[in-house]
Write a protein that binds this ligand. Sequence first.
Ligand code: MN9
Length: 309
Amino acid sequence: MRPNASESRSSLRGLIAATYTPLDAQGRLRLGGIDPLTDHLVEQGIEGLYVCGSTGEGMSLSTAERKQIAERTVAAAAGRVPVIVQVGHNCVEEAAELAAHAAQAGADVVSATCPSYYPITSPDALVETMGRIAEAGGSLPFYYYHIPALTGSAIDIVEFLETAQSKIANLAGLKYTDTKLHEFQACQNVAGGSLDIVFGCDEMLLGALATGAKGAIGSTFNILAPLYREVIAAFEKSDFAAARRAQLQAVQIIRALQQYPFHAAMKQILSWQGFDCGPCRMPQRKLTDAERQSLQEVLSSRWPALGIQ
Ligand code: MN9
């Protein structure tokens, strides 16, 4: 039986940071780095924290480490903003264990990618797999994390939602990380528009707003929240020229960062801003000294507002 809408559905609104996982130089977890980064993000107006996703290297962390990160982030957020824990794993039972842990640890929302080593070949199989994980999260709202470029999933996401919305009692919505705005729009229309479809491609935020996005989860919100707020504010005033100008800056910064190992470059920027995040873990590689120097030169000359000297 489906619980009534107010119990089972949630809504994530505004800019939600996909958080980075602070590591030390040897790549060990540095939990102490979570507290200052969380305070900083909340001060920047971030309205939620999405932990252990693609940005947070969830797939490169052990289950024990992921639990520690969830606990520490819930404590650091201290109820100021919702904490969403990404629990996707190739072993569905590990994912379920992480979902149960997230609920116990006081997280607000559970989210999961699909297993990807053995590809899921039908919407029904995806519903069953996500149902198992969502159920383990108890009464917490569940958001499927749709990121086909990384999982390789070829499932029609609208079809998945149409089936899942009546079968997964606590399904609240999706984190939609793809670039098909028409599909994103179709997802928002499933079940009479009662699901919450959160957008996950920072460089297309403006386009997503035009198709109805109310919330977005992204890596670059860690460093550019004020700029994205400009995009949203201008859009809400129907000042589309200003919205495009602000969005274009984000596009150009992201294009510059994509010349480097992307998340390693993002972690370096946060470290320069005083929030030491360390390097990325294998299989993502570290920046070389030459890359670090060129990144610093590019950012300080082209985007002084980032505060990189
Ligand atoms: O899901 C992030 N996706 C990945 C969120 O990291 C794969 C995005 O925020 C991107 O990092 C961002 C830049 O391409 O859009």
